[in-house]
Structure formats: C-alpha cells, structure tokens
Design a protein around this ligand. Structure first.
Ligand SMILES: *Cc1c(COP(=O)(O)O)cnc(C)c1O
Length: 405
C-alpha cells in the first residue's frame, strides 16, 4: 500500500508552495497565505476522485474514525459491531467516544462475517463498522441489508483500501460515512492524516466542527465563530495536506502497478493446488495492496512462516495471527481493559468478557492466512524471483508434512 515509495518532486513542489508563505494552518490568515489552501484543495480532490459529496480531512485515520462516530451520534450506551481482525485504531476510536466495541468473527473475506454480525445484534447495537482490510472489501450488500433491517448505521473503516471499489462505488463512500487513513504506510500518504467521507451534509457539517473545537466556520473572523457543540482538535496541517495532494494525483498509477504486480505473483502461487486465496466480494474492485492467501492448515502455514524466516525472506509477508497490531489474540491490553483513564462501567465490563469469547471461527481463518504486501517498486524479474522462492518454500513444507518430517 505504500505511496511513500513514490515520494518525489511533485510532493516537494506542493510542500514548497506552503513553505513559501509560511502559513502552515488550514484556517484563517487569508491575506498572507496568498491563495494557498492545500487542505481545501485536497478535500475537493477527494470528493472528485472517490465520487462522494463531502470530505473532512483530519490529523489521522484514528481521528477520522473518532470524528465520524461522534458525528453519527454514537457514544455512551451504544454498541458498535466490528471485526476481530483489524488495526487497533478501530476499537480505540469506538472507546474514545464512550461506546462499546463488540468484536465478532471474520470469514475468508478477512472482514465481517454477516452471520456473526446478525448474531451479535442487541438492543444497544447502533452501528456496524466493517473494516476493509488489506485492500479488499467486506460483503457490503449483506451488511447494508442487515443495517437496513435493523435500523443500524453503517460506518466503513476503509483506511486500508483507498481506491478499492464495490460494485462500481468507492469503498468508504457506501455507508453513512467512511474513513481513509493517510499515515505513512497507506496507499497514499500525507505522512499523517485521514479523512471522513459522507454523502450526508449534516454528518459533514458536524465532522467539520468536531475536528476544530466545535467552530461553526460560518464567519470571516475565526475568533468570533460560534460553537454549537464541543469538539476537539483533529486538524490536518497545510504541510500534510500538500503531500497528500501530490499523492492523490498518483493514485491511478499506484493502483495499476499494484494490480499488475499482484496478478503476476498470484499467477505463480495459484499453480500450487493447496494454496487458496482470500474471498473478494467484487474481484474487479480489489485495490491489490496485498495478496492474501491460505494454506490448508495452521501447522502448514506456521511451517511456511518458519521456513521463510530461516531463509531470511519473510519480510513483506504478514502472518497476522501472531501479530500484535491486527488480531484479537494478541490484544491483551484490550482484553484486560488496560487504559490510563477510567472507562465507563459498560465499556469495562464488555472488554473484560472478551478473553472468554469464542473466536475459534476467526482463528480457523487467520491461522492459515498470510498477506504478501505488494510493492510499487518491484520489477517483473524481482517478482519472478520472489514468487519462485515462495513457491519453493510452500512445496518444501507440503512435502515435509506428507512424509511426516
Ligand atoms: C491505519 C489504519 C487506521 C488508522 O489510521 P492512522 O492514520 O494510523 O491513525 C484505522 N484503521 C485501519 C484498518 C488502519 O489500517
């Protein structure tokens, strides 16, 4: 997913525009900024590129999720259903607004299992938050149907799937609101940054105010703005937005390279009958930041990981099952409700129940899964070499298993 691989003169030019004026803040200073409004320009570009009515930039993807949740009126007493496989930011944001994260199983789409969502719905459920992990998507038809039936909000965490689509619409623009992250390792980067996207003007207006201390941004004098509600400071800076502006113009290039490199690597791996691939609800919409694939058993995948490690070629292959950032199994801090300040009682009770919850269906999927990150810089020759090494390692562990080594 790494836009940083293509950092160049275009980014430097946009940043220099801001450095020329020295106005690093997105609001105010109308005279001295000499017409340079990078954040506004990037928001317009996001609306155009992804086909969405409104975009509110934030200081991070985590801030974007927090903002979206607040703007959607999700807080104390509300439950948000989210997957057991995601980045820690998803539950951090839910906890930060006072709501309860309800973690449920993923299936071979590597995101929410719609039946698990249905099973988790209670009187307190307010929102379903699919996380479109690793460049591809959740089964949005099924989730939209559930949300409609049960009058629930659909918030898409599309932080990892910039440029992905589902049935012709961009991921992150399909639910009531959606978010991207522009942190350093995402498909396009601002160094740090994020965005809330929505087609609902009311949610946009609230997001705009929330990210800037509740300012209504209606007057010409910032100091005289009214504060219709309490907000925070989740503002992006002009320097960050400038980097993003150069990056978003390269998105089509990134996506076409990703898709080409992904196809070449997949072609090699799929020659092994024991290898299967992530279920992608709309294959044509996969942004192809990762190639996620399975071996038949946990033992075989663990042997593959060990073999790749022994050969010193594991880098770029993510075995999420044993990873501290992305899967419930390693989130002891969440399961023990280890926070610096007190959670509300409902949140604390819910978290302390997590360690007893049955995630065997997720374990069954994640223990056999690995995601290979697709680089923008690979040459065809390098992919061939990489693929051959992977194929050989897979064949080796398969043959050792069959003779019982
Ligand atoms: C990166 C990421 C975020 C948070 O983004 P930051 O900009 O790093 O705060 C949220 N959700 C997912 C799935 C992510 O991968």
């Amino acid at each position: 997913m790494p836009g940083f691989e293509f950092f160049g003169d275009e980014e430097r030019k946009e940043v220099n525009d801001v450095l020329e004026t020295g106005i690093l803040m997105r609001y105010g200073f109308d005279g001295p900024r000499k017409g340079i409004w990078k954040s506004i320009e990037l928001e317009k570009e996001i609306c155009k590129t992804f086909g969405v009515a409104h975009a509110q930039l934030t200081s991070s993807g985590t801030a974007a999720l927090t903002t979206a949740l607040a703007a959607l009126n999700i807080g104390a007493g509300d439950e948000v259903i989210m997957p057991s496989f995601t980045f820690v930011a998803s539950f951090e944001a839910v906890l930060s607004v006072g709501a309860v994260p309800v973690l449920v199983d993923v299936d071979e789409t590597l995101t929410l299992n719609p039946q698990a969502v249905l099973n988790a719905i209670t009187r307190k459920t307010k929102c379903v938050m699919p996380v479109h992990m690793c460049g591809s998507m959740a089964d949005l038809d099924a989730l939209q149907h559930i949300c409609k039936e049960h009058h629930l909000i659909l918030l898409e965490d599309a932080c990892q799937s910039i440029g992905g689509t589902y049935k012709g619409k961009h991921l992150g623009t399909i639910g009531d609101a959606g978010t991207f992250s522009f942190d350093f390792v995402k498909t396009i980067t601002c160094a740090e940054g994020g965005v809330v996207m929505t087609n609902n003007k009311d949610i946009y207006i609230k997001s705009d105010g929330y990210t800037d201390h509740g300012h209504d941004h209606l007057g010409a004098d910032r100091g005289a703005d009214l504060h219709p509600f309490i907000g925070y400071n989740f503002r992006i800076s002009e320097l960050h937005a400038a980097v993003g502006l150069a990056q978003i113009r390269k998105l089509d290039t990134f996506l076409s390279i990703q898709r080409k490199n992904y196809a070449q690597l997949k072609n090699m791996l799929q020659q092994i009958p024991e290898v299967s691939f992530r279920v992608v609800p709309d294959e044509s919409g996969d942004s192809c930041t990762f190639l996620s694939w399975f071996l038949p058993t946990e033992e075989l995948m663990k042997a593959f990981v060990a073999e790749m490690k022994a050969q010193n070629i594991l880098a770029g292959n993510f075995y999420w099952y044993a990873n501290n950032w992305h899967y419930i199994k390693q989130w002891q801090h969440l399961q023990q409700a280890t926070t610096l300040n007190n959670l509300n009682a409902e949140q604390k009770a819910a978290l302390l129940k997590l360690s007893a919850q049955d995630f065997s269906a997720s374990d069954e999927v994640m223990s056999r899964c690995i995601s290979t990150a697709i680089s923008l810089l690979w040459t065809e020759e390098q992919i061939k070499e990489k693929g051959e090494k992977m194929v050989n390692a897979i064949k080796k562990v398969l043959s050792e298993a069959s003779v019982g080594v």
